[in-house]
Design a protein around this ligand. Structure first.
Ligand SMILES: [Zn+2]
Length: 205
């Protein structure tokens, strides 16, 4: 496939505005309309132009908070199925750097729960040097143990398909301890019931 100067100019014009008509393109390039038409057909046929896309209003783009995560997953296909995941970069066969655009923490929680990956690191993006419009607000991460707003990187913990965020190792530790105590208590209660049940059986049998 050969691309000459005219093709390139055509591509640049369309990249800027894919809705330019053949007449408008012909006029800007100073060539005839049949020339533009045949060039476009050739570029499409060769797969150089694979589609005509739209530019989204930056206001809409920046309505989202973007969070970067390093995750480990055995099922990378799932990453592509979730529309909140806007970028997927592979490190190694199972490690990925992904970006998730969400409205709030609950949505982030839900994405992590649905995606089934293991979160190795999580970094809310506060500023993007590449983007003309930075993300509007940072995600108000709240600690699931103390309820305080999380400054910096939250600690992510997944337990029984539910994702929790913590502000510090202390909160994370306390949460786990409380949870373990609750479980121990529950287990004891269950055993009591079971014992009573068995006892009932033995006296009747
Ligand atoms: Zn906390």
């Amino acid at each position: 496939m050969k691309i000459d100067d005219l093709d390139l100019k055509l591509i640049y014009l369309l990249m800027d505005n894919s809705r330019l008509s053949i007449s408008e393109l012909a006029e800007r390039l100073g060539v005839s309309r049949p020339t533009v038409k045949s060039r476009l057909e050739k570029l499409e046929r060769d797969g150089v132009i694979q589609g005509y896309t739209i530019k989204l209003n930056p206001e809409l783009l920046r309505a989202h908070n973007v969070v970067a995560l390093i995750v480990k997953t055995e099922e990378p296909e799932v990453l592509r199925e979730l529309e909140e995941i806007i970028e997927v970069n592979r490190f190694t066969s199972r490690k990925y750097l992904i970006k998730i655009a969400v409205e709030d923490m609950e949505q982030l929680r839900s994405v992590i729960e649905r995606a089934g990956f293991e979160v190795l690191e999580i970094m809310p993006i506060l500023e993007s040097l590449e983007r003309e419009y930075p993300p509007r607000v940072k995600i108000p991460f709240k600690c699931d143990y103390c309820g305080k707003e999380i400054v910096g990187e939250p600690i992510v913990y997944k337990y029984r398909n539910r994702v929790y965020f913590f502000c510090c190792p202390t909160c994370f530790r306390e949460f786990k301890r409380t949870r373990e105590n609750i479980e121990k208590f529950r287990l004891k209660e269950e055993q009591k019931i079971e014992n009573a049940h068995n006892h009932e059986h033995s006296t009747h049998g």
